[in-house]
Design a protein around this ligand. Structure first.
Ligand SMILES: *[C@@H]1O[C@H](CO)[C@@H](O)[C@H](O)[C@H]1NC(C)=O
Ligand SMILES: *[C@@H]1O[C@H](CO)[C@@H](O)[C@H](O)[C@H]1NC(C)=O
Length: 244
C-alpha cells in the first residue's frame, strides 16, 4: 500500500521535469531614465508580473511557460498622486497601479509581441508601432535556430520626426510619444477598415512611412507585411531592450 504514493510522486516529478518548458524573457532598460514595463498575457498562464519599475541600466528576467502569447511595452514618466493612484505620461495601462492587472497599454505605445510555442517549436515575435510609438526598443533571441531567428531593432526616434497632428506632448512641452495616424485621424485608409479592410486594399501611407523609415523592422500599420515577423525554433530565450 505504501508504494502507491511513491509512484504518484515519481510520475508527478517526471511530468514536471519533462513538461516544464520555460522560456526566459529578460527585460533590460538601456534608457537614461526609469521605465515601468508592462506585460499582457493574450493566451497561456499569467506571468509573475504584469508591471514593475525598472531603473536605468537594470535588468529583470521573466519566466514564460509555453505555450504563451502576449506583449510587452514600457511606460514612461510615471508617478503616484497624493491618493496613491499611479499613472504614466506614456503607455499607461489604466490600472492605477504599478501592476497592469491584465490591462493593455493605452496607445501610443511601442510593443513587443510574442507567440511562444510548446516543446521548443516555432516561436514568433515582432515589434509593432501599429499602436504608435513612445520609445525605441529591440528584441534579441539567445540560442534557437532558423533563418529568421535574428534580432529585431527599432532604434529610430519617431518622436523627433513626428508630425504635429500625431504628436503627444509632455507637461514640459517636449514630444513624448507619436500617435498612429489611425488613432489621431481615425480615417479608414489609416486604420485599414471599411473599403480598406484587406491587406491588398490598405497600402502604406505617408504617415505609416514616417514610422517605417525610423524603424524598418517594425510593423508600421495594421497590414504592414514588409519582413516584420521573426521566428525561432529550438527553445530560444529572448532579451527585450528599451532604448537599445
Ligand atoms: C499626408 O497626406 C495627406 C493627404 O494627402 C495630407 O493631408 C497630409 O498633410 C500628409 N501628411 C504628411 C505628414 O505628409
Ligand atoms: C523567413 O522570412 C522570409 C521572408 O519573410 C520568409 O519567406 C520565410 O518563410 C521565413 N522562414 C521561416 C523559417 O520562418
Amino acid at each position: 500500500m505504501t508504494t502507491t504514493p511513491v509512484i504518484i510522486f515519481c510520475l508527478t516529478m517526471a511530468f514536471l521535469v519533462s513538461g516544464a518548458h520555460l522560456t526566459t524573457i529578460t527585460i533590460t532598460n538601456n534608457c537614461p531614465y526609469t521605465v515601468w514595463p508592462g506585460t499582457l498575457t493574450g493566451s497561456g498562464a499569467q506571468l509573475s508580473t504584469t508591471g514593475f519599475e525598472l531603473a536605468s541600466k537594470a535588468t529583470k528576467p521573466i519566466e514564460v511557460a509555453a505555450p504563451w502569447s502576449g506583449r510587452f511595452w514600457a511606460r514612461t514618466q510615471c508617478s503616484a498622486d497624493s491618493f496613491g493612484k499611479f499613472t504614466c505620461a506614456t503607455a499607461d495601462c489604466g490600472s492605477g497601479q504599478v501592476e497592469c492587472n491584465q490591462k493593455g497599454a493605452i496607445p501610443p505605445a511601442s510593443l513587443v509581441e510574442f507567440t511562444i510555442a510548446p516543446n521548443s517549436g516555432q516561436d514568433f515575435y515582432d515589434l509593432s508601432l501599429v499602436d504608435g510609438f513612445n520609445l525605441p526598443l529591440s528584441v534579441t533571441p539567445q540560442g534557437g535556430s532558423g533563418p529568421n531567428c535574428t534580432a529585431s531593432n527599432c532604434k529610430g526616434n519617431v518622436n523627433s520626426v513626428c508630425p504635429p497632428e500625431l504628436v503627444v506632448k509632455g507637461s514640459d512641452g517636449s514630444v513624448i510619444a507619436c500617435k498612429s495616424a489611425c488613432l489621431a485621424l481615425n480615417q479608414p485608409q489609416y486604420c485599414c477598415t471599411g473599403e480598406y479592410g484587406t491587406p491588398d486594399k490598405c497600402p502604406p501611407t505617408n504617415y505609416s512611412m514616417i514610422f517605417k523609415n525610423q524603424c524598418p523592422q517594425a510593423y508600421s500599420y495594421a497590414y504592414d507585411d514588409k519582413s516584420s515577423t521573426f521566428t525561432c525554433t529550438g527553445g530560444a530565450n529572448y532579451v527585450i531592450t528599451f532604448c537599445p
